[in-house]
Design a protein around this ligand. Structure first.
Ligand code: 1HE
Length: 267
């Protein structure tokens, strides 16, 4: 277990945030409502990711209790008019953009229900690890809703428009193994070990050069949105910036001096 944080991050009462060295662990902490995302919770998530403490190089998001996240807090939706609906969705976009396009890579540790806005949150992270007990669904269609937390932009980039349409039209629920096969999650592990696995991956990520991680987070999705010609040009600029940093120069020297690890299987 990590050290509890102090100050502003400790004041966010719907999150439980701790730190182990260079890894920040942000746990959704509203288990009695299955971590349903209320306006307060979405604002607290945004605040947490704006104020990542100095020295943190990677983060994990998990959920307390039986489920990762039941999505939008449906109790808050009933009274909203059209204009408020747009602003509400934009508030989610801002919060999840802060996660996707922030300072550090974020690993989602998923168990139990990962549904609706919970899947949108997971898809804003850079890697997803799921316990075998995790399941994935987009029940918006059944509730008379559409996705509003960036899911229509992010989820098809992971699994394609056809699979997302199927999930929304038929209410199909995918188990962890199927989710891995379709690229929705990158790792599947035994139930109960998912946070530990996500923290280990985050610690591994934290050892990379920060600018290489930043390039993965910020350049890769943009290049994917560009034409091949523009993408290759962007790539050349990003590559030149990354490889000219003192950090990269030292890492290259370390390899040539045989001080650095080789690529190894199982690593
Ligand atoms: C909630 C929510 C919620 C639970 N909003 N209160 N999301 C959904 O359509 C999923 C709705 N939730 C469920 O299907 C189930 O709750 C679960 C499968 C996630 C979990 O089942 P279970 O049996 O463990 O818990 P429960 O008994 O259903 O729920 C426990 C409590 O949490 C209960 O409240 P209580 O006061 O009666 O104890 C539930 O009402 C409450 N709860 N989920 C509010 N989502 C930006 S757009 C995003 C659009 C969406 O996300 S749409 C999908 C919404």
């Amino acid at each position: 277990a990590g050290q509890p944080v102090t100050g502003l991050l400790a004041s966010l009462d719907l999150l439980r945030i701790s730190r182990s060295g260079e890894v920040l662990h942000v746990c959704l902490n509203r288990p009695e409502k299955r971590n349903a995302i209320s306006d307060t919770l979405i604002r607290q998530l945004q605040t947490a990711f704006i104020h990542i403490p100095d020295g943190v190089r990677a983060a994990v998001i998990s959920g307390a209790g039986e489920h990762f996240c039941a999505g939008l807090d449906l109790a808050e939706l009933v009274e909203r008019d059209v204009g408020e609906g747009v602003l509400h969705s934009r508030m989610w976009h801002a919060a999840f953009d802060q996660i996707q396009f922030g300072r550090v890579p974020v690993v989602a540790a998923l168990h139990g229900a990962v549904v609706g806005g919970g899947l949108e949150l997971a898809s804003a992270c850079h890697l997803r690890v799921a316990g075998r007990d995790a399941y994935f669904a987009l029940p918006e269609g059944q509730r008379g809703l559409f996705v509003g937390g960036g899911g229509s932009a992010r989820i098809p980039r992971l699994i394609g428009v056809a699979r997302m349409s199927d999930m929304m039209l038929t209410g199909r629920v995918h188990e962890a193994a199927a989710a891995e096969q379709m690229g929705l999650v990158q790792y599947v592990c035994e139930p109960g070990t998912v946070v530990e696995r996500a923290l280990a991956l985050a610690a591994r990520i934290a050892r990379n050069a920060p600018l290489s991680n930043y390039a993965v987070m910020h350049a890769l999705p943009r290049i994917a949105d560009q034409s091949q010609s523009e993408g290759l040009f962007t790539e050349s600029l990003m590559a030149a910036v990354a490889e000219s940093t003192p950090d990269a120069q030292e890492r290259l020297r370390a390899f040539l001096d045989k001080r650095a690890a080789k690529v190894e299987r199982g690593g």
